[in-house]
Ligand binder design. Structure first.
Ligand SMILES: O=P(O)(O)OC[C@H]1O[C@H](O[C@H]2O[C@H](CO)[C@@H](O)[C@H](O)[C@H]2O)[C@H](O)[C@@H](O)[C@@H]1O
Length: 342
């Protein structure tokens, strides 16, 4: 399978700003609420996007005899959303849960952060990392290539321009108190969580007009963050496809990608899974939201995700994998931790 990347220099793709319905709640600042965050609204949204916790049994049933490949977003999924982006630490329990999951299922972390930074936070060596919204992926070499060519970086040519626009952005936001830039290597994040509400529109307008004048860039918006990205058609959904391919699953009929994410950019990955009509797109949200995801996890903090990732729950998945891949005797193998034994 080949990967086509179009560099859309002529066609400007600036995504519209979505009304900041809930800008001050510290979580879903830029996302579209489809009903007020009350229990009745949430309950009816849950009918469309059932809780992945409650659906666990049906999910495991569907996964039987199939190969589950796990994809996880970082901020707001594995770590809680916090004021200071440099302090978005993942708990030790969550780390342990991800490490256990990755022992049995190929697991990738797909983040808007730079690959190096997200790896520093996650600190696991048994997962693959896709940073900068998938523009920087370190995965095993493809089956048809003997030598590992290093990271896949489709926007490498943009690096000098990214450095230039970073300086311009710095100048543009300098006088706005609380505004800060984060260099994510192939993308630049402009954070406004710590900017006073009265100054946020000014910041957005300035960044928007700067990016509009630079054809090599486009703008997306996350949770109280503007993300300046190269104008190439490549997103977290493409990263998911790329990883499935290099992991040897592109033509497999029995693959179920499982993706957990909380942000607008994760919708690209949900879309890919929805297009396959098989897999588990799971959104983390405490409010009803417009989403392509089929399942949901309520708490925007790590708690619910952890609960779901918890090895006790994943024990069910393990049984599936064990039936398919491992000899039965392995189940009661004393080398296995207690919670994996039958
Ligand atoms: O794709 P992700 O891994 O979810 O990255 C998206 C952005 O996440 C980070 O910002 C968000 O989390 C911060 C820490 O909790 C929070 O302060 C900020 O308001 C959120 O937008 C990251 O810092 C950004 O660079 C990513 O673009």
């Amino acid at each position: 399978m080949g990967f086509k990347i179009s560099h859309s220099n002529n066609q400007k793709k600036v995504k519209p700003f979505y009304g900041p319905v809930n800008d001050d709640d510290g979580t879903d600042g830029s996302l579209t609420l489809i009903s007020p965050p009350d229990d009745a609204g949430y309950a009816s949204w849950l009918i469309q996007h059932p809780s992945a916790l409650n659906a666990f049994d049906s999910i495991t049933k569907e996964a039987k005899w199939k190969k589950v490949v796990v994809f996880l977003d970082y901020d707001g999924t594995l770590s809680p959303i916090v004021e200071d982006p440099d302090k978005a630490f993942m708990s030790a329990e969550m780390r342990m849960a991800v490490r256990e999951v990755a022992k049995y299922f190929p697991t990738s972390i797909v983040s808007g952060r730079s690959r190096e930074k997200v790896k520093e936070f996650v600190q696991l060596s048994n997962v693959y990392y896709a940073g900068s919204h998938g523009l920087d992926i370190l995965a095993p070499p493809r089956a048809d290539k003997k030598v590992n060519e290093g990271a896949f970086q489709p926007a490498k040519l943009y690096l000098p321009a990214i450095q230039e626009i970073s300086i311009e952005l710095e100048d543009t936001i300098r006088d706005i108190q609380g505004a800060r830039l984060e260099d994510n290597k192939f993308c630049i994040s402009v954070h406004y969580r710590q900017v006073q509400p009265k100054d946020r529109e000014t910041l957005k307008e300035r960044v928007k007009s700067l990016v509009e004048n630079r054809l090599e860039f486009r703008l997306t918006e996350g949770k109280m963050v503007l993300e300046v990205r190269p104008s190439i058609e490549w997103n977290k959904g493409d990263a998911l496809n790329y990883l499935l391919d290099v992991l040897g699953f592109s033509n497999a009929k029995d693959v179920l990608p499982l993706y957990i994410g909380d942000d607008r950019t994760d919708e690209d990955a949900f879309k890919v899974i929805a297009g396959r009509r098989e897999g588990f797109p799971i959104i983390v949200s405490s409010i009803p939201r417009d989403t392509i995801a089929w399942y949901s996890l309520r708490d925007p903090s790590e708690k619910r995700v952890f609960e779901w990732m918890d090895i006790h729950h994943f024990r069910c998945f393990f049984v599936v994998v064990e039936v398919v891949l491992y000899p039965l005797s392995f189940v009661n193998d004393s080398r296995l931790p207690n919670h994996f034994r039958m």
